[in-house]
Design a protein around this ligand. Structure first.
Ligand code: HEM
Length: 519
């Protein structure tokens, strides 16, 4: 026992040394463009590490400097970060990058690195993410017929997490939003009764940060070292055990139900993501363990991004209490009883909430999760149309936040104008995607662009609206006097909401104008 432990330690130490030497001494092939200089020191090794430090000290400042010095001038540049060098493409090349096939500049290859898919999930998923078609197809269609279930779950979630007791209640926004989003989303992911199981919900909430954290720790090591490192990730293994405990028997049971005794597929099936995933999986791929990893992979993509967006929206509601009544009036006009048979919750009515949608887009424009979008990985040497050479192994991105905050692209971009997109949509069909939160375009790069643009953005949009309608109709929200205002912060390309910030919630009395929206 002691000998095998010693062997393991020696193996681990050896592989660590190998990994570190690879990391520091490997000769990098780089694109033929300039580095962004952030520090004032001259170049060379000292200047390079100074640039990395300057980037860590003020990531947003560095990224915006790159945007104004290079991107806005139509030039590419290289960004030095602690773990790698990024090729930041000029925005004029968005279309070209979008159109290049995955066999050249690959989004799945970038995702394999970001998520470390083989280690965090299963090797069968690497390069075969057909399960995302559930998000593209059934999950999007279900927003119409599955809405009542989501509304029922949000009522339950708000009752559980905020409650209805009179008077102000102080709650940490990030924690609260994560819990509610996890509850509502799981109604669609795993259905009843698992979506009400507290141990499973905790797993579903915690798994995304755990996956990213694990991926960050292992990504710079050789594959065999990663496998050894995973062995020591005890918290990650504990979480996997929770997934195994609940999902494996459920998937096995569902698979068994799909085939009736006479060998025919059963027709009446549950309506949730597990089932849609099983339905689209050919018999030879129906391995319960791999299917479980596919579902968890969807879960990791689905929960945290909307929680970030909604958290910032709630902070913005507290910052701008003057818009509450205008938003409530819109909700009453679109969903209230005077609309007769068209009143209440429906996908069409959610599309008609132009001001609410505009508020969400404006909030996330100013406080995005990441400054860099369109992340791709060069799986072979590529030359862009301007002659720029991108060697195999280069990580690529575009500074979306620069465009989103550029006065030449968005008028008065730095001014908070919550209804700017609603004005642009006046007179248009509310179902038109242009200028909505869910639009994926060069003007709204929050969800990326092209064939890999976030397939969950329509679900995210509906989820954000459900959350905010529930908040505005059922509660008053405000900052707490004497407490510091929330301060998001940037780490490298990413922005994090203030996860400690607390605000006060108070149930509102029922109003006639909202009759039928909540019972
Ligand atoms: C406000 C919330 C969200 C934001 C900001 C967001 C953002 C993104 C971004 C930037 C990408 C990468 C696109 C690219 O590389 O070009 C992405 C991919 C993805 N997102 Fe989202 N997302 C959100 C919500 C969701 C939800 C709710 C789901 C699932 C229900 C989801 C599922 C996915 C999946 C499956 C992919 C991978 C697509 C592929 O590889 O082709 N996302 N998302």
């Amino acid at each position: 026992m002691e000998l095998s432990l010693a062997l393991l330690v020696v193996l681990f130490a050896g592989t660590l040394v190998y990994g570190i030497s690879q990391y520091f001494f490997k000769k990098e092939r780089l694109p033929n463009v300039e580095f962004l200089r952030i520090s004032d020191k001259p170049g060379g090794k000292a200047g390079d590490s100074d640039d990395v430090q300057a980037f860590l000290d003020d990531s947003l400042g560095a990224i915006m400097k790159g945007y104004y010095h290079y991107s806005k001038q139509g030039k590419h540049f290289l960004l030095r970060t602690p773990r790698q060098v990024y090729f930041i493409a000029a925005p004029q090349f968005l279309e070209e990058i979008r159109k290049l096939p995955d066999s050249q500049l690959s989004q799945p290859a970038a995702a394999i690195i970001i998520f470390q898919i083989r280690h965090n999930f299963h090797k069968a998923i690497e390069g075969d993410s057909y399960h995302f078609n559930v998000v593209r197809g059934k999950m999007r269609q279900a927003l119409t017929f599955h809405l009542p279930a989501l509304i029922e779950e949000s009522g339950h979630a708000f009752d559980m997490e905020v409650g209805n007791n009179a008077g102000w209640r102080e709650l940490k926004v990030w924690t609260l939003v994560c819990k509610i989003v996890t509850r509502i989303t799981n109604r669609m992911l795993v259905g009843e009764p698992l979506c009400r199981n507290e141990e499973y919900l905790q797993f579903s909430n915690d798994i995304a940060p755990a996956v990213f954290d694990t991926a960050l720790k292992i990504r710079n090591y050789p594959e065999f070292v990663k496998t050894i490192m995973m062995y020591f990730m005890t918290e990650r293994k504990r979480q996997q055990a929770v997934a195994n405990k609940y999902l494996l028997p459920l998937i096995r049971q569902r698979l068994a139900l799909m085939i009736t005794p006479d060998g025919q597929d059963k027709v009446d099936r549950p309506n949730d993501t597990i089932q849609w995933l099983l339905d689209m999986t050919p018999p030879e791929k129906r391995d319960p363990e791999i299917l479980m990893h596919r579902l968890v992979h969807i879960n990791v993509n689905a929960i945290h991004a909307p929680a970030y967006t909604i958290t910032e929206c709630v902070f913005d509601l507290c910052r701008h209490t003057e818009i509450h009544e205008e938003l409530r009036e819109e909700i009453a006009e679109v969903m209230g009883p005077q609309r007769g048979h068209s009143a209440g919750w429906s996908k069409d009515n959610l599309d008609r909430l132009l001001k609410l949608d505009s508020f969400i887009r404006e909030s996330s424009r100013q406080t995005p999760m990441s400054a860099v979008k369109m992340e791709r990985y060069a799986v072979r040497d590529t030359t862009l149309s301007d002659g720029t050479f991108i060697p195999k192994g280069t990580s690529i991105g575009v500074i979306a936040h620069g465009r989103h905050m550029d006065n030449d692209i968005i008028p008065n971009a730095k001014t908070w104008d919550p209804f700017r997109y609603a004005r642009l949509r006046e007179g248009h069909n509310p179902a038109d995607i242009e200028n909505t939160f869910a639009e994926a375009s060069p003007e709204n790069m929050l969800f990326g662009m092209g064939r890999h643009a976030c397939p969950g953005r329509h679900f995210a949009s509906v989820l954000c609206k459900i959350f905010l309608v529930c908040t505005l109709v059922r509660y008053d929200v405000k900052f707490i006097e004497g407490l510091a205002l929330p301060q998001g912060h940037w780490t490298q390309k990413f922005r994090h909401p203030d996860v400690e910030a607390t605000i006060a919630w108070k149930p509102r009395s029922a109003e006639k104008r909202f009759a039928g929206i909540f019972h």
